[in-house]
Design a protein around this ligand. Structure first.
Ligand code: SIN
Ligand code: CO
Length: 408
């Protein structure tokens, strides 16, 4: 069992912001995808078949050290501990104090911390590299730490994932099997039968892309850290329910559904508890008449996908600058979105952390801010002449949605 501590560069201080990393451009080959262009990757592999990339990020370092990850697992984050001691699978949910975790000298355990990108700029910067996929699909960056022999068992996921090895080695076996039945007796998803057809040992910088439903099992060889870049794909039932709530909440259906139930032809009944057939017919006809426009769907999708996760809390600046000083600073360093901010847009509106607003008047710069997640100082020079724009940006700064400074 290796006792060597994880190597880690000096933690950047508060004033040092990680170097900007922009997503690769769609038509340029990139090492991240094994020298495919993002366009080729999306066409040939995305949602279709696995791809192993050796040295996707050759100078990779774990975004968080082991100790930083353990500390984060003690906070208000989604963390799980999976142990495989004496051939028994067990799972516990965090938060975990350092003393809750097994010793790093003990074999076969894994700590998984979800949503690290919301807590750390280096993790967020890593996630940014995958923005050749639309933001609405990007979910989070999970980091797993495992001791020798650690893993979470052979399983499948319902979502696409990039598994990036960031420290130590992990042996992955994968299989495109049809039988995805799970062992019923376990607290975690483990396949009853695993039939791997390929196997690789991943070293730091190597990456494996898996589309949904590919069976996989990754076992640490020595102390190991893996980053999972995960995607989201809400079910039809989730989207339908949320859409109807959205429409009802905004009164978009009130005109259509204003007519109350009427039953002038209702006869007297001997079975008062029975649902009247006429009621079922009338409500069915009423529901069939509910209509909406594509712009309602777009506005719903913008608010739904830009809604921060329930655990997200924005941190307004502790000692906010006044508006004049804010403008002065932004003129020097530019602005960037906070790592937790979700900003989306279409041609009518923009959606900022779950709120919809009209795009009119902001078309020249807001899409750029949303796509690149920053506004360079020289861009801000032009914007600073418009007091309604500076007032809006200042409001976002006071709310903790944007920050002064270069991008992540
Ligand atoms: C892990 O990082 O240990 C597991 C990730 C996965 O299999 O999805
Ligand atoms: Co998985």
């Amino acid at each position: 069992m290796p006792k060597r501590p994880l190597e880690h560069p000096l933690r950047p201080g508060l004033s040092q912001i990680p170097t900007p990393v922009q997503p690769p451009s769609p038509d340029l080959p990139t090492a991240l995808l094994g020298n495919l262009t993002p366009a080729q990757f999306m066409h040939q592999y995305w949602q279709k078949k696995p791809l192993l990339v050796r040295q996707a990020i050759s100078d990779i370092r774990a975004p968080l050290s082991r100790d930083e990850l353990f500390e984060l697992a003690g906070n208000d984050v989604e963390a799980r501990l999976v142990t495989h001691f004496r051939n028994q699978w067990q799972m516990q949910h965090g938060p975990f104090a350092a003393s809750d975790l097994p010793s790093i000298r003990q074999r076969a355990w894994t700590l998984l911390v979800q949503g690290v990108d919301l807590h750390d700029d280096r993790a967020r910067a890593l996630l940014e590299r995958f923005r050749f996929v639309p933001d609405v699909r990007l979910d989070d960056l999970m980091i797993s730490y495992a001791t020798d022999g650690g893993g979470v068992g052979a399983h499948f996921d319902s979502y696409d994932v990039f598994l990036l090895q960031v420290h130590g080695k992990r042996r992955w076996r994968i299989g495109a099997q049809r039988d995805l039945s799970l062992r019923p007796d376990l607290p975690l998803k483990v396949l009853q039968h695993f039939e791997p057809d390929e196997e690789w040992l991943l070293e730091p910088g190597d990456m494996l892309y898996l589309p949904p439903h590919i069976a996989h099992d990754g076992i640490a060889e020595g102390e190991c850290m893996t980053c999972s870049i995960g995607f989201r794909a809400p079910s039809t039932s989730e989207l339908t329910t949320q859409f109807l709530y959205y429409m009802a909440e905004r009164g978009e259906m009130s005109g259509q559904l204003a007519t109350p139930y009427r039953d002038p032809r209702q006869p007297a009944v001997t079975h008062p508890a029975q649902l009247p057939g006429a009621l079922i017919e009338q409500v069915s006809a009423m529901l069939a008449k509910v209509t909406w426009k594509p712009q309602h769907v777009a506005a719903f999708l913008g608010t739904y996908f830009s809604e921060p996760k329930p655990s997200v809390v924005f941190e307004p600046p502790r000692r906010p600058l006044n508006e004049a000083r804010f403008i002065q600073q932004a003129l020097k360093t530019g602005l960037r979105l906070d790592r937790k901010t979700i900003l989306l847009y279409d041609n009518r509106a923009y959606f900022l952390n779950g709120e919809e607003n009209r795009l009119t008047g902001l078309k020249k710069w807001l899409p750029l801010l949303a796509d690149t997640r920053h506004l360079e100082a020289r861009r801000f020079v032009t914007l600073s002449h418009d007091s309604s724009v500076t007032a809006l940006l200042y409001e976002w700064y006071c709310a903790g949605w944007i920050q002064i400074g270069a991008c992540h």
